[in-house]
Design a protein around this ligand. Structure first.
Ligand code: DHB
Ligand code: MG
Length: 246
């Protein structure tokens, strides 16, 4: 980077450079989405159903959906647990990464959201392997020990209990399995010190710090959504005990 002065002509050049970079980023984003993560009718149906039901448009991006599939297939996932179904959009990406006899269990606290998610999964032809369970995740999770271990757990629900969801994910995921959580960057707020005193930021901050330092996990987070302002934290459950965090 060259040092910037604040002469008017320099400011104009700098603005033009920033505009070029923004256009280039948009072009890259479009090309990557086209190449790796095109939405078909079923995914678009889920988005339309979300919109029609006046639900918040806070689903993952197509590239994040594709990333979930890459992770699921990399760990040979046959059983996936999702905490927070929303309209079933991420559930479609996840369930499509399963073999025909695989299973997705998606937990959803809102009756309306659960109904939309079930309709989206049905429309995608995935009802044979994907199921939405209605209720509070913290009440359902203890009942899932019977169905564990899971190969992949995806957390994308209310933010204050993220640390409690992580406790359950660690209990329910097999060694070599993957734990993914959405919204772990949130504009940098959970990464800032001191941590803001709001329950969502606190929950995310504790989640990030725990997955970064827990010796049972190898984790990473990087910006991938919302113009680089948000992204997943991705953790692999170690099969071999750590001798320090590398
Ligand atoms: C919110 C929740 C999400 O899971 C997300 O991806 C974006 C926003 C929210 O509650 O505002
Ligand atoms: Mg989210």
């Amino acid at each position: 980077m060259t040092p910037q002065s604040d002469q008017p002509e320099d400011i104009t050049q700098r603005v033009e450079q920033l505009q070029r970079e923004a256009r280039q980023r948009a072009e890259i984003d479009t090309a990557l989405n086209t190449l790796f993560a095109q939405e078909d009718d079923a995914l678009q149906f889920a988005l339309a159903a979300e919109h029609d039901a006046k639900m918040p448009a806070i689903q993952i991006s197509p590239l994040q959906g594709r990333l979930l599939q890459v992770l699921a297939i990399a760990c040979g996932a046959r059983k996936i647990l999702e905490i927070g179904a929303l309209a079933g959009y991420s559930g479609i990406w996840l369930a499509r990464a399963l073999p025909p006899d695989g299973r997705l269990i998606s937990l959803e606290v809102s009756e309306k959201h659960a109904a939309v998610a079930r309709a989206s999964l049905e429309r995608a032809g995935l009802s044979d392997r994907a199921e939405v369970r209605l209720g509070s995740a913290l009440e359902i999770l203890p009942t899932l020990t019977r169905e564990a271990p899971f190969d992949l757990v995806f957390i994308d629900a209310d933010k204050p209990p993220y640390p409690a969801y992580l406790d359950w994910a660690l209990k329910l995921t097999r060694p070599g399995g993957v734990i993914v959580a959405d919204n772990c960057i949130r504009g940098g707020r959970p990464l800032r010190e001191p941590v803001e005193d709001d329950p969502a930021t606190r929950g995310l901050s504790e989640y990030d710090h725990r997955v970064a330092t827990d010796p049972r996990l190898v984790s990473v987070a990087f910006p991938m959504d919302n113009n680089g302002m948000d992204g997943f934290a991705i953790s692999v459950v170690r099969t071999v005990a750590s001798e320090g965090n590398f």
